[in-house]
Design a binder for this molecule. Structure first.
Ligand SMILES: N[C@@H](CS(=O)O)C(=O)O
Ligand SMILES: [Fe+2]
Length: 243
């Protein structure tokens, strides 16, 4: 009897708990793994990785550690990802590889020499970043503490949030090489990523779950926050129309 009601309770959770809500909840606890799992599945190529990710996301209870494992387990092969790697002269590009049935976004980011992102958050999603080529330097920052100084309100433009007066604090810096995977979520802070090389490009593979199309960007010296849309330079190997 107890067993049966327990089963009923579980099936209730299964149907009522949506995956997005569940993932946002795990965001609070997951910190990332550094090595592939000892007995985890082996990923031979990019299409294996994509299929394995789809099956991982097919249930409501995504094993985020397994997602991390799969990202670590794939070994970069430029022949497999070249068709997605489209560069721009002026800024890093975001190229959609797979929209994960609406459950995750897998994309390839192409970084020209010296290109970098602005300090940003990840809209409460999990973010895995795997190096495919070259090196990237990641700097992490703490969140600005918000204040309520009324005299700043009049200076706010539409879409801007509250002013902060102190510079963002640097939490750490890491340089990542080919096949390494970094993990971040809003709980772990903000970050900025840059290609420190002035002679080589860099390419990285990012997985976001749940997917998001806006995030916040921050000014380092004031902590000022602006909501921004994030767009794709290309989708499935084809250049987006608006570029
Ligand atoms: N999160 C950034 C890339 S990075 O700098 O981590 C983006 O999706 O554009
Ligand atoms: Fe990021």
């Amino acid at each position: 009897m107890v067993h049966q009601s327990f089963k009923m309770a579980l099936s209730k959770i299964d149907t009522e708990m949506d995956q997005e809500k569940y993932l946002r909840e795990v965001t609070r606890h997951f910190r990332g793994i550094e090595k592939p799992l000892k007995y985890g599945p082996v990923v031979e190529n990019l299409s294996d990785l994509i299929s394995a990710l789809h099956s991982e996301f097919s249930t409501n209870y995504v094993n985020i550690e397994m997602v991390n494992h799969l990202m670590l387990s794939y070994k970069s092969n430029p022949k497999e990802w070249k068709k997605f790697a489209k560069f721009d002269r002026y800024k890093y590009t975001r190229n959609l590889v797979d929209a994960g049935n609406g459950k995750f976004n897998l994309m390839i980011l192409c970084w020209g020499e010296g290109h970098g992102s602005t300090i940003h958050d990840h809209s409460d999603s999990h973010c895995f970043m795997k190096m495919l080529k070259g090196e990237l330097m990641e700097t992490r920052y703490s969140w600005p503490e918000s204040t309520t100084a009324k005299d700043h309100l009049e200076n706010l433009k539409e879409g801007e949030e509250f002013e902060y007066h102190d510079a963002l604090q640097v939490l750490g810096k890491t340089t990542m090489g080919v096949n390494e995977v970094a993990y971040i979520n809003d709980n772990l802070g903000l970050h900025r990523v840059e290609n420190p090389s002035h002679s080589d490009t860099a390419v990285s593979l990012h997985l976001y779950c749940p997917p998001f199309d806006t995030c916040s960007m921050f000014e380092k010296t004031t902590g000022k926050r602006v909501q921004c849309n994030v767009t794709f330079w290309s989708k499935y190997g084809l250049k987006s129309e608006n570029h």
